[in-house]
Ligand binder design. Structure first.
Ligand code: UT7
Length: 325
């Protein structure tokens, strides 16, 4: 069977930075509360008119350039996002258009913060099935378009950004083990009540702030810790490796306390855990590919290293991947 390799990484974070001091002027909060309860000091915020496809195109173009391939070699674009520019068409079609790519499969995946790992599993399966030779796997989110700036329990977490990787068929296989799960019975702990087909936009839904993300943070936190722990362990088992074999753990960056609890449960020293939440915040599906690209570009990840990605998000969804870089 053919293998699949990650050829390169790319990321983009918007220029504008929102600090905890800025948030202190917007809601009843403090830098001290946000720092100790979440680990976040500042986050990047998209400019007005800057859409998911704009951020994604920048991350994807950087990944294509770093892969040293032509955009014409890309045979598949998959974007993980729940904040596409429009409900129709997909963000992937808009990104392809911005990059000058045509006549290949382009579609989006909606799995909230776990979306990038879901998209990776789909793209590598499609390459192994012979459907495409090369894929662009992107995750991009403009969470601030759905952020209720009057809700101090959630607005302090969210940010915008995009990350991407280029995958290619190869004699070696980077993807050693995946584990996934989802449970829709938790749907109302983290969701956007209106704007979809159940509750289309009306003056009433806007007035009731139903187009913003609603999150029961504390309940979400507890399920996140338990599911991230179990899915990370299962992916290690499926890959036939142990935590000691992993050089770098890249967890979803939702809250530093979740990341530390996960590292403790998995017996990873924090030196082996990539953390950028202090400067990047939580940009949902984009957090993992942004972190992966930053780790790669900072030299924290070398060819041949074993890494594990692990994520949790709305749905609820969760998943992990063990990858040889
Ligand atoms: O991205 C994937 C899915 N999302 C997550 O995994 C997020 C998981 N949840 C979290 O990260 C945390 O639950 C939060 C950071 C959202 C909240 O932290 P917490 O420690 O769970 O706080 P809490 O919701 O239990 O609230 C504790 C107290 C409350 O006050 P009382 O009732 O004890 O008087 C809140 O009203 O903290 C208060 N509070 C705040 N105070 C200052 C909530 N938000 C703030 C705030 N500033 N921004």
């Amino acid at each position: 069977m053919k293998g699949v390799k990650i050829l390169s990484t790319g990321y983009y974070l918007p220029e504008k930075i929102l600090t905890n001091a800025d948030l202190e002027k917007m809601v009843d909060t403090s830098d001290e509360w946000i720092t100790t309860r979440t680990g976040i000091k500042e986050r990047h915020i998209a400019a007005d008119g800057e859409a998911v496809s704009d951020m994604a195109e920048k991350a994807a173009s950087q990944a294509v350039e770093r892969a040293g391939i032509s955009k014409n070699d890309i045979g598949l674009i998959i974007t993980a996002t729940f904040t596409p520019d429009y409900p129709l068409p997909s963000a992937s079609c808009l990104i392809g258009e911005k990059m000058g790519i045509k006549n290949v499969q382009m579609f989006d995946i909606s799995a909230a913060c776990t979306g990038f790992i879901y998209a990776l599993s789909v793209a590598q399966s499609m390459i192994k099935a012979g459907i495409s030779k090369t894929a662009l796997v992107i995750a991009a989110e403009k969470l601030t378009a759905y952020t209720d700036w009057a809700d101090r329990g959630s607005c302090i977490l969210f940010s915008d950004g995009a990350g991407a990787v280029v995958l290619s068929e190869s004699d070696e296989d980077s993807f050693l083990g995946f584990d996934f799960g989802a449970d829709g019975s938790f749907r109302k702990l983290l969701y956007v009540p209106a704007g979809g087909s159940l509750n289309p936009p009306t003056a009433e839904t806007v007035k009731n702030r139903q187009h913003f993300i609603k999150m029961e943070g504390n309940k979400t936190f507890k399920v996140a810790v338990s599911r991230m722990n179990s899915t990370a362990k299962k992916a290690l088992d499926k890959a036939g490796v142990s935590a000691e074999d992993i050089e770098l753990l890249i967890p979803h960056q939702a809250n530093i306390r979740i990341i530390e609890a996960l590292a403790r449960a998995l017996k990873f020293s924090m030196e082996k855990v990539f953390v950028n939440i202090d400067k990047v915040g939580n940009c949902s599906a984009a957090t993992i590919p942004v972190a992966l690209a930053q780790a790669d570009q900072a030299g924290r990840l070398k060819r041949g290293d074993l890494m594990e990605l692990v994520a949790f998000g709305g749905g609820f969804t969760w998943g992990a991947a063990v990858i040889r870089y």
